[in-house]
Design a protein around this ligand. Structure first.
Ligand code: ATP
Ligand code: ZN
Length: 562
């Protein structure tokens, strides 16, 4: 593969790529073939089988290995004379600080999440290094250019929040298959296999009226309980008893069609073990990651829609395999779309619930897409976007500011164009990241603790990684390895206090300074005490994903418990 000699701007460039996935593989290849001599890559992941269809630098034999390292080796085979430095690490690690970023001529993002994108944006601003940002969703994609003070930063425009659903729709009145998936994944799967200490809206009342101990958690496996018996008890509780309890509230069903309780004995023969063999032969391998209920039941086609009976068998088999073959993980699992057994369990549970509510059933393939919020990736879109990133990177290196473009890759032509170039916007003067605009936060200072403020506002909403919080000259909180022991004790005590009872009380009118030492970002937050009205509180309660809710009202944020 011969290519023309590189432009001088390219020859002297040192670039940082963040992400070596779908876009990253294409990008590294295009950078190398364009003559970029010095490329650094950060990626925290290892290669999964599901990456191989489009992340073409990786092969089956690389599964389990670092993406950054394998991508390097693959490209060095056809461009042996360039320098590629891989980091198998999270870009949020403290080693990747402002000084690290300062060594690069330009940073190129091929990431898949908001959190990491925001973090890189801040480091690029602090290091004053241009950023070319990108993303794809199926046939759609975009490449944007960000230069401090000249164009808007990645965070100048608010980004849409991930979709969440009202709690009651999920727990009581699902009307779409996605509601059943959210129930199966975020409630049932989390309850059975996740951290027991986590809040969970799943109904945990005992289904057995004769049980003397009414506080018994029905989801706990009883001592010496046979695994199939346990599975059937869970099945009957969530698909049978809970539906009967819900039906008793007639108001709910006045204008809705009633669900049908489903009990395992009505769908399945008395005992399955005899049909499916015993635990030891249930799975062909002992490798926990390849345990599969479909495999042990001899079902092969992920695109097939299973009957209610098949879903019920998969449900019991998956539960049995989790406890039998992956028992060590039970209690620590969170749903992962690349975990076959988890997807099988969630698909079957969602389908049984869908059956109960008269919602059409879906295949494992479709369920996986919905559960993982997946829009199936299109390799060609990634290749187009990677090409556009390199074009913008070259303009940045040539300091050709007038020709910078943000380019949108469309699904259908608009004005006969599939690629829509737009001139970059000016920085947003009220952006708290790239300008010094103060923020306003309305919060219940008598009920919210400093820990909630740190976790839900400073980390989750402001996207800070290593925060420090000051009230005037009083330090309320900071993190770091070199803190004195008494400071660590003070901060730990502060975290549990409500804001108005901190040593330096935070009340209406307080101006807090929040700083992230790694991102070199400082924000001033003006606090206003607010106790929510009932109506507001009810509306907040509808948000499933947060037990504490926050909403952005232009530049004023309010926040409280539900
Ligand atoms: N904080 C981070 N630090 C380093 N790398 C990251 C970080 N966040 C995401 N990435 C990397 O960005 C890449 C994004 O690639 P892509 O969107 O193709 O996702 P994927 O996980 O490879 O594929 P898919 O999600 O479609 O299965 C991934 O390789 C991921 O490891
Ligand atoms: Zn900005």
């Amino acid at each position: 593969m011969d290519s023309p000699p590189p432009l001088s701007a390219i020859k002297d460039a040192k670039v940082l790529m963040v992400g070596a996935g779908g876009i990253g593989c294409e990008l590294l290849k295009t950078l190398a073939l364009s003559g970029f001599p010095d490329i650094h890559i950060i990626d925290m992941d290892t290669i999964e089988v599901s990456n191989l269809n489009r992340q073409f630098l990786f092969r089956q034999k690389h599964v389990g290995q670092s993406k950054a390292k394998v991508a390097r080796e693959a490209v060095l085979r056809f461009r042996p004379n360039i320098s590629i430095t891989p980091y198998h690490a999270n870009v949020k690690d403290p080693d990747f600080n402002v000084d690290f970023f300062k060594q690069f001529s330009v940073v190129l993002n091929g990431l898949d999440n908001l959190d990491a994108r925001r973090h890189v944006n801040r480091l690029c601003l602090a290091a004053d290094v241009p950023l070319v940002e990108s993303g794809t969703t199926g046939f759609l994609g975009q490449v944007t250019v960000h230069l401090k003070g000249k164009t808007e930063c990645y965070e100048c425009q608010p980004k849409p929040a991930p979709k969440s659903y009202p709690v009651c729709t999920i727990t009581s009145t699902p009307s779409k298959f996605v509601h059943c998936i959210v129930w199966a994944k975020d409630l049932l799967f989390a309850k059975l296999f996740g951290d027991k200490a986590q809040d969970n809206d799943l109904n945990v009342r005992s289904g057995n009226a004769s049980t003397s101990d009414h506080t018994e958690d029905v989801f706990e496996r009883r001592k010496d309980e046979d695994i199939e018996e346990y599975g059937r008890r869970i099945y009957d509780h969530v698909f049978g008893y809970n539906i009967e309890v819900a039906l008793a509230n007639e108001e709910t069903w006045k204008n809705r069609s009633k669900p049908r309780p489903i009990y395992s004995k009505d769908v399945l023969p008395e005992r399955l073990i005899k049909q499916n063999g015993n635990m030891d032969s249930a799975s062909a391998t002992d490798n926990p990651s390849s345990v599969s209920a479909m495999a042990s039941l001899g079902m092969k086609n992920p695109q097939e829609i299973w009957s209610l009976m098949e879903n019920s068998k998969i449900f019991l088999e998956a539960l049995k395999l989790f406890f039998g073959k992956r028992g060590k993980e039970v209690g620590n699992l969170s749903f992962d779309k690349d975990d076959q057994l988890a997807v099988e369990f969630v698909t079957s549970a969602a389908n049984i619930r869908a059956s109960s509510f008269g919602i059409s059933l879906h295949s494992l393939f479709e369920s996986k897409g919905i559960a993982g919020n997946i829009v199936h990736a299109v390799a060609t879109t990634n290749a187009i976007i990677a090409g556009l990133i390199v074009i913008e990177a070259i303009k940045v290196l040539q300091k050709d500011a007038r020709s910078y473009r943000m380019t949108y890759c469309l699904e259908h032509p608009s004005k006969k164009m599939l690629l829509m170039p737009v001139e970059p916007y000016e920085p947003n003067k009220s952006c708290y990241v790239c300008s010094e605009t103060p923020l306003s936060l309305e919060i219940n200072t008598h009920r919210s603790t400093l820990r909630e403020f740190v976790d839900k506002i400073v980390k989750a909403k402001l996207g800070m990684n290593l925060p420090l919080i000051m009230h005037g000259s009083a330090l309320l909180y900071e993190v770091g390895d070199d803190l004195e022991e008494d400071m660590v004790t003070n901060y730990a005590a502060n975290l549990e206090k409500v804001l108005s009872e901190l040593p330096s009380p935070v009340t209406s009118g307080t101006l807090l300074t929040v700083e992230d030492l790694q991102q070199e970002l400082t924000c001033n937050i003006s606090i206003k005490h607010r106790s929510l009205t009932l109506c507001l509180c009810l509306c907040l309660c509808l948000c499933l994903s947060l037990s504490l809710s926050l909403s952005v009202h232009r530049d004023v944020w309010w926040w409280d418990f539900c």
